[in-house]
Design a protein. Structure first.
Length: 365
């Protein structure tokens, strides 16, 4: 291994801090611009013209070149577009931001139908019992126990009562479908609810790819209709003048999970509105935004019950505490025997991730 030394330059640390702050702002604006780098940089230039965003000697053109050098963006004849490195950086930053706001929580579990030796060794230990694999023996604790019995080091022997083994976690695979509401209410009244939802989807994608590679994630967006979107296109998702066809989203999610062979299956749904649309047998979309339409609600409840019969729990994350929505979600959750949380945009990521990880592992004894 080779080392090189040179005089410390404090300006380098300042530049790194500056770039880190600019990158965080750029990623925020990029999500709001539906994945359009040109739009995000244009907004940054507007901010820089009004506020002291950039120090003397550093321009937005310098930051643009930095993004190209990092391969976050690439130039095309139409202008800048997002590069694979930028998509990866956006996922990583989203995951880091959410986890930085998490507090330590009690371990939870994905329920499994069979038990076995865990895949992850925990620092906690317990007394050895017949059948524990030798690979789990904690040598340090076991030798310490023998010494406490007064055994001479020269003739050290370990008895059965001296042995301690590490606790383990049994990690089961899980297939998750994330449903994102794209109805117009997600950006109504000056409140941006879709950007936190997209950030959560990006972070969950990164978590599963890096931490739980045996899990799977599919993303479904729903407004008047429901459709699956590629994980690489999450940042480009945009809200439209849509109603809320919750039933269509659940049907598509259930169909995607039906093809999965993983032990556990679940649906996460992020929404801020009651169901207000329904796909008719002939393909026409029935819409009624006024109140709770009995027919729409009944069909949606039926789908929640079908998911329950297929062993698919639905966890709903409500982005508003509107009484009409809350009442519907309470009945919906009871029909599915799932879970529901009220989580504002600032708490959405932490709430969803705690639930995911909590239902991701089980201690094996």
């Amino acid at each position: 291994m080779k080392f090189s030394y040179r005089e410390y330059d404090p300006s380098e640390g300042s530049l790194r801090d500056l770039l880190k702050r600019l990158e965080a702002l750029y990623n925020d604006l990029l999500l709001q611009a539906d994945g359009d780098p040109e739009q995000a940089l244009e907004w940054m230039e507007t901010i820089a013209a009004r506020y002291p965003l950039l120090p003397d000697g550093f321009t937005m053109e310098d930051f643009r070149r930095h993004l190209e050098k990092q391969r976050w963006v690439e130039a095309t004849v139409e202008g800048l577009r997002m590069a694979p490195g930028g998509d990866r950086a956006l996922r990583q930053e989203s995951l880091e931001r959410i986890f930085s706001g998490l507090t330590k929580d009690a371990a939870g579990e994905h329920r499994t139908q069979a038990q076995g030796a865990g895949q992850e060794r925990l620092p906690e230990t317990r007394a050895w019992t017949f059948g524990d694999p030798a690979s789990l023996i904690d040598a340090t604790s076991s030798v310490r126990n023998a010494l406490r019995r007064g055994v001479d080091l020269d003739g050290l022997t370990l008895g059965e009562d001296d042995l301690e083994v590490h606790e383990t976690e049994h990690l089961s695979s899980c297939a998750t479908v994330l449903l994102l509401d794209l109805s117009h209410s997600m950006i109504l009244y000056g409140e941006d609810r879709i950007t936190p939802a997209k950030r959560v989807a990006l972070a969950l994608t990164e978590l599963i790819r890096t931490r739980y590679p045996k899990d799977s994630l599919r993303v479904v967006t729903f407004g008047d209709e429901a459709e699956e979107v590629s994980l690489d296109d999450i940042s480009t998702i945009s809200v439209g003048p849509f109603h809320t066809n919750t039933r269509a989203a659940l049907q598509l999610g259930r169909d995607l999970l039906r093809r999965e062979r993983r032990a556990n299956k679940q649906i996460f749904m992020i929404t801020d509105g009651k169901p207000s649309a329904l796909t008719e047998p002939d393909g026409e979309i029935y819409k009624n935004p006024i109140g709770l339409d009995r027919r729409v609600v009944a069909k949606t409840m039926d789908e929640a019950t079908i998911c329950r019969r297929h062993g698919i729990p639905i966890t709903t994350f409500m982005l508003t505490d509107d009484p009409v929505l809350v009442n519907f979600i309470e009945e919906f959750t009871e029909a599915n025997r799932g879970r529901a949380y009220f989580a504002g945009g600032d708490r959405l990521g932490a709430t969803l991730f705690v639930d995911y990880v909590k239902n991701r592992r089980s201690s094996v004894r």
